[in-house]
Write a protein of this length. Structure first.
Length: 229
């Protein structure tokens, strides 16, 4: 990530602690990654994977993979496709659960860390920007920008992310969430990343998904980098 990594140390610590506590309490289940249920979790996967063309073998980075729930969805909906999967997560407890769950699956690996260690065809990140806790919004948005740049840099074709939709605060609003403006993040991806963005919304959840695809000069540079490796 471009920004000074020391700037985000407190974010890493708080996010790690939050999700490690969740998985310790609830185990490898939707509540263990702070989702309410399997159907809503899978509905998010449907939107994120609209980015991907699995007609041939593809590499996929799952950034903030948790216990690897996306793999269960891939096994259900794309069992006939060859997907080389790498899951990355800040929480060592999450990675430990994921490795136990999926140790028999071929073409699957997990890494405990902050960054994608490889360039893949696609990257997806589900829910990684939602839990702001008490972190200042301006610092959180710097972090989100750094992550988006990193996902762009480590994805040949593109990446997909989701956000909680901006809405008025009210008595039913869950505290500690980052509620995002779709327009703000679409503009960032189009201008800062020179990417083509598809805004997916209206799928029954109070959130939206961005499918961010490389185009033009950006796509040429990543292909040249891949050939040089």
């Amino acid at each position: 990530m471009r920004a000074d990594p020391d700037l985000f140390v407190e974010i890493y610590r708080k996010v790690d602690r939050y999700y490690s506590q969740k998985v310790a309490k609830h185990g490898a289940a939707p509540l263990g990654v702070d989702w309410s249920c399997v159907p809503s979790q899978e509905l998010r996967f449907v939107q994120l994977l609209k980015l991907c063309d699995f007609s041939s073998t593809r590499t996929l980075n799952d950034f903030g993979c948790g216990y690897g729930a996306l793999l269960a969805y891939l096994a259900w909906r794309h069992s006939d496709r060859r997907v080389d999967y790498l899951g990355v997560d800040l929480s060592e407890q999450m990675i430990s659960r994921a490795e136990r769950l999926w140790r028999e699956r071929p073409r699957t690996a997990f890494v405990h860390g902050r960054l994608n260690p490889r360039i893949a065809d696609y990257s997806v990140a589900s829910g990684v920007f939602n839990i702001i806790q008490d972190i200042p919004v301006d610092l959180w948005e710097q972090y989100v920008k750094a992550v988006l740049r990193h996902l762009h840099a480590t994805s040949r074709e593109g990446f997909a992310v989701n956000f909680v939709t901006a809405q008025p605060e009210g008595p039913g609003a869950k505290p500690g969430l980052y509620r995002a403006s779709a327009e703000f993040w679409i503009e960032f991806c189009e201008t800062a990343l020179d990417a083509r963005v598809e805004w997916v919304h209206g799928y029954g959840l109070r959130e939206f998904t961005l499918l961010v695809r490389r185009q033009g000069r950006s796509a040429q540079l990543i292909k040249a980098h891949a050939l040089a490796q």
